[in-house]
Design a protein around this ligand. Structure first.
Ligand SMILES: [Zn+2]
Ligand SMILES: [Zn+2]
Length: 548
């Protein structure tokens, strides 16, 4: 059958059945029996353009996470022992994947799929409360901040703060208790007038400011949360998503547990700003064609560096440039990011259709890239996007950005081969619109569960409904199995089309089984708006259900 079906048709059928399009085939060897089988691990992409079924699952999972935390009534308490085991497991899996990536790289194979899986895991590990040190990433050494480069304190009332993370309860005259929460939308300022998402006068539209605001947006959001907590008087928790506006600026939708007054919220938004204390970069020192030259280090202290192409003078290092900034009494921040006047806040009650609608709204854009969704016929907006991307091209996106060379400073951690305009940071790419951070921002004490735990919950639900929960719970014993990616060209590996079709057949069997159980026993309780997503989860295949 595989031979007679076109690949596009097979892919379409796979999408309809919730089967991952780019699964990673893994050979799972049982060390007890020495038997092995191939399990297709879903790619786990969150982007609809890459893998619609995986993106759909990711979106559904985020909606669950958002829902569980929003109107929580009791303080989330995390049992430390449980967390430790989860963390250990994650780190073990992470170590294994790292080894496979190294192996694949050595063999000259593509590591894209493995990289995706690792990025997902890293996010999980961070969410589980482990820092960068576990991943072998540099632990940032706290620089002693100069008094000049500190952030000025915003002019806000400071309230006594309790450690509570749940908002107040209000009693209605009829005796019922209400625990309202908020849905907040924060927007960046105007960069010039727009109509239908396009600047009326592109010549005066402030693309540079738009670019810098986007680059530093996540810092601004951090400040907002700090200030909000200070004013609210409790440990405010949030689930937020970063989304594109029609004018291609990012904005933020935030589900907040508990409420503050509208006046307080307004005051916090108005008083919040983020100062960027970076070296100046408004004047081009080294345009293309006469860029600084890398000189390899000699002998023991071995570190190379960039020098001026004509004088041979060594460019200031990142730390030196910051020290200069400290010493300069006249120095001003490179950029100050603030929100615009457009602010929206709505009170939302638990379990109302309104709450459901907001949750869907929060998850709506997560599977689309920020810069996507501009129709081919929409020339004016495409041109607007192109101008913004051009403005981002030489804008330093981080301390380590190659663009610093253009402004006469060595990027942090400078190495050979850095070329301004070719930084690979996310912020410069058209699909990110300058925002290189995460699309979903969830505070530590939101739902008391990591995304992985939410995923496990849903899997457990599906397995229970299918009557599989009893045996091994669909979960493999830790340490018993060895997982290895099947190398490209392995003769025992069926073609991708065949693998897709097999997964489709399996998904259909699961769904049929689930539907049958539902029809038979009415007590199988499907939340109406999650029903279909649960089906999709079920059809994610045994593969993902078995990972330990
Ligand atoms: Zn996938
Ligand atoms: Zn960059």
């Amino acid at each position: 059958m595989a031979q007679t079906l076109a690949t596009e048709v097979v892919e379409q059928v796979a999408i309809e059945n919730g089967v991952c399009l780019h699964s990673i085939p893994m050979r799972v060897t049982d060390t007890h029996s020495s038997s092995a089988e191939i399990v297709n691990l879903p790619c786990g992409s969150t982007q609809e353009s890459k893998c619609p079924p995986c993106a759909r699952r990711a979106k559904a999972l985020r909606a669950v996470q958002c829902r569980e935390g929003w109107h929580m009534e009791a303080e989330p308490v995390r049992a430390p022992a449980e967390a430790t085991e989860e963390q250990r497991r994650l780190v073990m899996v992470r170590a294994q994947w790292e080894a496979w990536r190294a192996e694949a790289a050595e063999l000259g194979e593509s590591t894209d799929a493995i990289g995706l899986a690792i990025a997902d895991l890293d996010a999980e590990i961070e969410r589980s409360g482990l820092g960068g040190d576990v991943l072998g990433r540099a632990v940032p050494v706290k620089r002693t901040r100069s008094t000049r480069r500190r952030q000025d304190a915003p002019d806000l009332p400071r309230r006594q703060r309790s450690s509570s993370t749940v908002g107040r309860t209000y009693a209605a005259p009829d005796g019922r208790a209400y625990r309202p929460s908020m849905f907040v939308t924060l927007t960046l300022p105007s960069y010039g007038r727009v109509r239908n998402g396009v600047p009326i006068d592109p010549g005066t539209y402030d693309y540079r400011r738009a670019a810098r605001d986007a680059i530093h947006f996540s810092k601004l959001v951090d400040r907002f949360v700090q200030n909000l907590r200070r004013v609210a008087g409790f440990d405010v928790q949030y689930f937020a998503s970063v989304e594109p506006q029609r004018r291609l600026a990012v904005h933020l939708h935030m589900a907040v547990r508990g409420t503050v007054s509208r006046a307080d919220l307004r005051a916090v938004v108005a008083a919040t700003y983020h100062q960027v204390w970076w070296p100046p970069c408004d004047e081009v020192r080294y345009p293309a064609g006469c860029l600084p030259v890398w000189v390899a280090g000699d002998g023991e202290d071995g570190e190379g560096g960039y020098v001026d192409p004509s004088t041979g003078e060594v460019l200031p290092s990142w730390d030196e440039a910051l020290a200069r900034l400290d010493a300069d009494d006249e120095a001003t921040p490179l950029h100050v990011a603030r929100f615009g006047d457009q602010m929206d806040m709505q009170g939302v009650l638990a379990g109302t259709p309104d709450a459901d609608q907001r949750i869907r709204y929060l998850a709506k854009y997560l599977t689309k890239s920020l810069g996507g969704g501009i129709g081919a016929e929409d020339h004016a907006r495409a041109a607007h996007a192109a101008r913004l991307v051009e403005a981002l091209r030489y804008e330093p996106c981080s301390a380590a950005c190659a663009n610093w060379l253009r402004f006469g400073v060595q990027p942090k951690g400078a190495k050979a081969g850095m070329v301004p305009g070719r930084c690979r940071g996310k912020a410069h790419k058209p699909e990110h619109l300058g925002y290189g951070g995460r699309r979903v921002l969830v505070s530590r004490k939101w739902s008391n569960k990591s995304l992985g735990e939410h995923r496990q919950d849903r899997r457990a639900w599906v397995l229970e409904v299918l009557g599989l929960a009893g045996e091994d719970g669909g979960v493999r014993e830790v340490g018993r199995y060895i997982w290895r990616p099947v190398p490209v060209g392995d003769v025992s590996l069926p073609t991708r089309r065949v693998r897709l079709l097999r997964e489709v057949a399996r998904a259909q069997a699961w769904r049929a089984h689930l539907a049958e159980l539902q029809a038979r026993a009415r007590e199988v309780d499907l939340p109406p708006e999650l029903g279909e997503d649960q089906m999709i989860m079920a059809s994610a295949g045994c593969g993902s259900a078995k990972i330990v």
